[in-house]
Ligand binder design. Structure first.
Ligand code: ARG
Length: 473
């Protein structure tokens, strides 16, 4: 992706004056209440770099199309760069302008004089805003991808460091079977890996240049759109001007990816909240990622994780808002689309807060192996292994399942673990339990029996760690 093409110069500061990009046909100014509603500067000011970069590229295209003389292009170019410098120094937050495009153009009059009026030749705010927002989003996706990768890396490293540690895995939130903690950690890794793949795929569809599409029907001047694409670092040039200014499917797609990431982080957070609770005590959260209670001195609350869970709701809201914003609009640009930036910015901001906190929380996790061993001593976790052993001794699985069920019922009735049941009870549950001897099972043997790819045996998990590292490299 192209780096910023803004270079900085000296900043002359001129006070703002009235300026509007339209109005020739109007007898008066719009109602104050409409002006308030219509104004988007507070939101789209975040596009200032992209807006100026788009204009710098547009100046080059107009020059080559013979619309601007070399002097005019030079004056516009220098003026735009001075505006960028002024914004970088201090953004005029109290500017009265309708949106970022209007503000930049007004300031260009201050910087370059009347030639500023030539900049918007053959261009519309419709193709301009779509270009700015796509550029901004591409850069945001680079940052999100980097942070996602860092979270994944924290998961793999923690998995690799704890490959020997076992824990119970749950289905329906009930004890199911032993697994390696590495296996559980990596389950979250692969979910995020798919999100990163989705992000990469979405980026290709975001990376389409709308500039040159004009308001709806294409620019009336023969601008070189391939040049524009290259100057701005897009991968593709849009094929249809109506589509280029009139769709926001790419916004929805990015918002789907961010809401899927947020959903995955929320599920990870939920696991961590449960496993670190006083009832479970499987893991210890890093103290710096917990907060206290104003009343109860003993509390160390997992607020960061709860916020991750809570903020996922907002991300999902942003996606559904974008889809709802789009669904009723006719072809071409509609002002409804102004809402897209609020949604995009919100989703990206959430990612940029959640991903680093999640990464640091993971990096600081500790497993409480005494407590894990204690829970793993519950032999019901090995019931499937007992049934599997009977299958190896020749029983159909359904019969083995029923035999182990009878054994577990007896253990329940007597209030003991199955290994403490007398031989007679084993024999009554099924004679095959005695042939050649009562089976011995253990959590270690259970995880190592699952040597299939994607299973819990040590070589399978080591292979998984290698594959995970490959996916990151
Ligand atoms: N602020 C507008 C937006 O975000 C810019 C485009 C305005 N276009 C127009 N035809 N009024 O969508």
């Amino acid at each position: 992706m192209a780096q910023s093409i803004i270079e900085t110069g000296t900043p002359p500061i001129t006070p703002p004056t009235e300026h509007r990009l339209w109005g020739g046909r109007f007898e008066g100014a719009p109602a104050l209440s409409l002006e308030e509603l219509n104004r988007s500067l507070d939101i789209d000011k975040r596009l200032w770099r992209e807006d100026i970069e788009g204009s710098l590229a547009w100046v080059q295209a107009l020059l080559r199309a013979g619309v601007l003389s070399l002097d005019e292009a030079g004056a516009l170019d220098a003026g735009l760069r001075r505006i960028a410098h002024r914004f970088a120094e201090a953004f005029p937050d109290d500017a009265p302008d309708e949106d970022i495009h209007t503000l930049v153009e007004r300031m260009l009059y201050e910087e370059a004089g009347q030639v500023a009026g030539k900049l918007h030749t053959g261009r519309s705010r419709n193709d301009q805003v779509a270009t700015d927002a796509r550029l901004w989003t591409l850069r945001a996706c680079v940052r999100i991808e980097r942070e996602l990768r860092a979270v994944q890396s924290a998961l793999v490293e923690l998995a690799a460091a704890n490959i020997e540690v076992l824990m119970p895995a749950y289905t329906h939130m009930r004890r199911a079977q032993p697994v390696r903690v590495a296996h559980w950690l990596l389950s979250h890794f692969w979910a995020l890996q798919r999100d990163r793949d989705r992000l990469t795929a979405a980026v290709d569809r975001v990376s389409v240049l709308p500039l040159g599409s004009g308001a709806i029907s294409g620019s009336g001047f023969a601008v070189d759109r391939t040049l524009l694409k290259e100057l701005l670092g897009f991968r593709h040039v849009s094929q249809n001007s109506i589509d280029a200014v009139g769709d926001r499917d790419w916004v929805c797609e990015v918002l789907f990816v961010t809401s899927m990431v947020a959903t995955h982080l929320s599920r990870l957070a939920e696991d961590l909240i449960i496993f670190s609770s006083d009832e479970f005590r499987f893991i210890e959260l890093p103290e710096a990622f917990t907060t206290g209670s104003s009343l109860m001195p003993q509390k160390r609350n997992p607020d960061g994780l709860e916020l991750a869970r809570g903020m996922a709701a907002r991300s999902i809201g942003e996606l559904t808002s974008a889809l709802a914003m789009l669904k009723g609009t006719p072809s071409g640009y509609n002002k409804d689309f102004q809402e897209d930036k609020r949604l995009l910015f919100g989703a990206v901001d959430a990612m940029e807060m959640l991903l680093p906190t999640t990464r640091e929380t993971i990096a600081g996790l500790r497993f409480n192996s005494d407590r894990l061993a204690d829970v793993l001593s519950d032999e019901t976790l090995l019931a499937t292994d007992l049934a599997d052993e009977l299958v190896r001794r020749g029983l159909p699985f359904r019969e083995a399942h029923a035999a182990v069920g009878r054994l577990l019922r007896s253990a329940d009735q007597q209030g003991v673990q199955v290994s403490q049941l007398p031989e007679s009870v084993w024999a009554a549950a099924h004679p095959q339990f005695m042939d050649p001897h009562i089976p011995t099972v253990s959590p270690e043997a259970s995880v190592d029996a699952r040597s299939v790819q994607g299973g819990t045996a040590r070589p399978a998990v080591v292979g998984q760690i290698t594959a995970a590292r490959d996916a990151l490299s």
